[in-house]
Ligand binder design. Structure first.
Ligand code: ARG
Ligand code: ASP
Length: 722
């Protein structure tokens, strides 16, 4: 049926592309902006040039952007290495400095002088010095017909060589990453600083206001920011933590604008987006939203329900599980939004239409392309159909091991024993010590009763969801011994397993290596995890890996096919892969549903509307209430109101948290931290009509630092544009 309507459809879809790409889809490589992107950006209002964004000969915007710990983004906002990121990005560091007496999460923290700034061992920031296209050199040994493994090893050999020969300073590093599913390779010369100190953070009642209820939701009222400072050796180069280190004097830092934004204003976000999958075929999208999403969400629904029940009635458990809960809930909620969003925007239909257009274009393409790409899309879709039951089992399994902490611990025990086997029993003593030490933080936040209840629920879902032939005979045997009742099974496991406490675990591994290995099939906890793992390894890992290899190969070919077949008709940006990207859009509201319109700005009034005294998500600090009552906003308010958050159509994803939002002049106007509920499917199906990123207005950040915390020295460091 699709075939008959292909012609008019094709024109419609191509028009759609034109619109989509003119709007705001895309995470672009900063060194490749001049040309089409620059023209488009200027058309949308940008006043600066591509070379103001990326330039290797002078300080440019990219020199103010860092990867923060490899999981978030931060930006330099003063000549003294001050950086801004999200509260949720700094969360772990803030938590580590907190104690019951000095709870910075609860009260906030502000270093009054440089000497009070707090070091964070393990935390690092990375600057991008230069980006080079190394595709040709990387792929020179790749021959048609190579297996995935042969291809990868041919490439790896070249990558090693390219990195060795790359021009760089002695204190710099190099990294090479594949783009467009491995059709292109880029080299990054980087500079990493390991002395990063905590400078300031608001209390969670501001930095995490709205918590999990408001997470992924607009309208939003969160002051999700924290500040750190990069320290360098006296020579300005990276140096390990030392009291002698000095604040970094950066190549470039962002001026901060107090002007705010209006509807349709140009905005741009620079940062390190983690992972997107925009070029999947329709079967992969179906797999994601029909099989994998529901499996993972179902597991987490149950786990979160149990945790929530305990956290609400027990303060100690709340402290132990708060971070784990937030972490589990964040992806869970996003997947839910994603499934809903794909459905509401007819994401699968759109993919199928796109595929019809692709096929039509391939049909009329030159004979060479036709031969080269014939059947690729069909095979790829077929592979995704085949991988479905295995992939779903893999997700059930990994969610089980992740959410039942006893299994997480068991998994780590197995890895430790594997390490001893590989390195030799002579290492047993040392490795055992390391293992037990590494488990200490785990048990500090572990409650066996909570975990038991989670396991009852998840074991039941696992038993129902995973086909018998994949779960394996040993697992079936264990279930049979408990009459296939998950509660009976869990009761047995938690009553007797050595994994339930650090003391028992210590006693367990105190035995000689061989005795421990033998015990693994006897302890009811380790036996269960060994059995499930065996089922997974024997029946799922191999087929899933084989199919995945096949998919990787076909996906790469399909990516190139799309780029060749649609050359000149559609612009392709590479999927996110934790490398520096530029995305741009406009400040604007959206209409999520019939008769519903969302405005693009929120104000402090909205914080007060949501205020629930004493609530753990919606409490408001007394000082903030007072500032609100007195409308004491200093130079940061507008017309008697204090702006808090705003949204725009920048295409962002996880990892973009902490990214700067810049105006047409490249001045800092906001801090990215989230996306809106209806648009969380943007990782697989970006839709400009409803996809919006959420930012804290920079004036709210300054207001909190200056008026709320009185840490004016920080504002004085910045270059304010009025
Ligand atoms: N949803 C945002 C992002 O994916 C913010 C997460 C942190 N906030 C939270 N309540 N868990 O990471
Ligand atoms: N909140 C995300 C982050 O932490 C950003 C997003 O997914 O939009 O990176």
């Amino acid at each position: 049926m699709l075939q008959r309507i292909v012609k008019p459809l094709m024109i419609a879809v191509l028009l759609l592309f034109a619109q989509l790409t003119y709007a705001t889809e895309g995470m672009w490589l900063p060194q490749l902006l001049s040309g089409l992107n620059e023209k488009e950006m200027k058309g949308m209002g940008m006043k600066i040039t591509a070379s103001d964004i990326y330039n290797i000969n002078k300080g440019s915007l990219k020199d103010a952007i860092v990867s923060f710990g490899g999981f978030c983004t931060a930006e330099v906002i003063s000549s003294q290495g001050l950086i801004l990121t999200n509260h949720h990005c700094g969360y772990e560091s803030i938590q580590k400095h907190s104690s019951l007496q000095n709870n910075f999460l609860e009260k906030g923290f502000w270093a009054k002088t440089a000497t009070e700034e707090l070091p964070n061992p393990g935390l690092f920031v990375t600057f991008i010095v230069r980006i080079d296209d190394v595709t040709k050199a990387a792929l020179q040994d790749v021959k048609p017909g190579m297996s995935e493994r042969e291809r990868q090893s041919a490439i790896d050999k070249r990558l090693h060589e390219i990195r060795q020969n790359a021009r760089r300073e002695s204190w710099q590093e190099t990294m090479i990453k594949p783009f467009y599913e491995g059709n292109q390779y880029f080299l990054f010369v980087t500079e990493t600083f390991n002395d990063v100190r905590l400078v300031g953070t608001p209390p969670s009642a501001i930095g995490k206001f709205g918590s999990d209820t408001d997470n992924w939701v607009w309208p939003r009222h969160t002051g999700d920011f924290s500040m750190f400072r990069i320290y360098a050796g006296k020579d300005g180069r990276p140096a390990p933590y030392s009291l002698d280190n000095v604040p970094l004097s950066p190549k470039y830092f962002l001026p901060v604008s107090l002007k705010g934004v209006k509807q349709n204003d140009f905005t741009m976000v620079l940062g390190f987006p983690g992972r997107t999958n925009e070029y999947l075929p329709s079967e992969a999208v179906k797999l994601t939203v029909e099989a994998l999403g529901p499996a993972k969400v179902g597991m987490r629904d149950a786990a979160l329900e149990v945790l929530d029940g305990y956290m609400r009635k027990d303060e100690q458990i709340k402290i132990q599980y708060a971070a784990k809960y937030a972490n589990t809930a964040n992806a869970w909620k996003k997947w839910k939004g994603e499934m809903l969003g794909v459905k509401q925007t007819h994401g699968i239909d759109k993919k199928e239409q796109y595929e019809a257009t692709y096929r039509e274009l391939l049909n009329t393409a030159n004979p060479e392309l036709k031969v080269q790409y014939s059947g690729v899309l069909d095979s790829l879709n077929e592979m995704y159909r085949r991988i479905r039951p295995y992939a779903q089992t893999r997700d059930y399994y990994s969610e089980l091991v992740r959410n039942v902490e006893l299994f997480t611990a068991g998994d780590r025990l197995i890895s430790f024993l594997g390490e001893v086997r590989d390195k030799g029993e002579g290492q047993y003593e040392t490795l055992r010590q390391q293992f037990l030490e590494s488990m200490q933080p785990f048990y500090k936040n572990y409650n066996a009763q909570v975990d038991h209840d989670v396991s009852v629920r998840l074991l039941e879902i696992y038993a129902k969801g995973v086909p018998k032939q994949y779960a394996g005979a040993e697992y079936a045997q264990i279930c049979a011994e408990s009459n296939n009742d998950s509660r009976t099974l869990a009761d047995k496991v938690y009553a007797a397993s050595a994994l339930t406490s650090p003391e028992k675990l210590k006693a367990f591994v105190q035995q000689p290596y061989n005795a421990v290995v033998a015990q693994m099939w006897k302890d009811p906890g380790t036996r269960l995890i060994m059995a499930m793992r065996k089922g997974f390894v024997d029946n799922v890992s191999k087929p899933v890996n084989d199919l995945q290899n096949n998919i990787n190969n076909l996906q790469r070919t399909y990516m190139q096919a799309q780029m060749d077949v649609m050359a000149g008709k559609k612009r392709f940006y590479p999927d996110a892969n934790s490398t520096l990207r530029v995305t741009y859009g406009k400040v604007d509201g959206y209409n999520p549903r019939d008769a519903v319109h969302y405005d693009f700005y929120t104000y402090l009034d909205g914080v007060m509307e949501k205020y629930v005294p004493g609530d753990y998500e919606f409490d408001v600090p007394a000082k903030l209430i007072e500032l609100y009552k007195n409308k004491d906003y200093g130079r940061y308010g507008v017309n008697g109101k204090m702006p808090v958050c705003f949204i725009a159509s920048n295409h962002t994803t996880g990892g973009n948290s902490g990214s700067p939002a810049l105006d047409a002049n490249g001045h800092l106007i906001g801090l990215n931290f989230d996306r809106t509920w209806e648009g969380t499917m943007s990782d697989i199906n970006y839709d400009p009509s409803i996809c919006r990123n959420i930012m804290v207005d920079i004036r709210y950040v300054l207001f909190i630092v200056d008026k709320y915390a009185g840490c004016t020295r920080l504002v004085d460091e910045m270059k304010l544009v009025k």
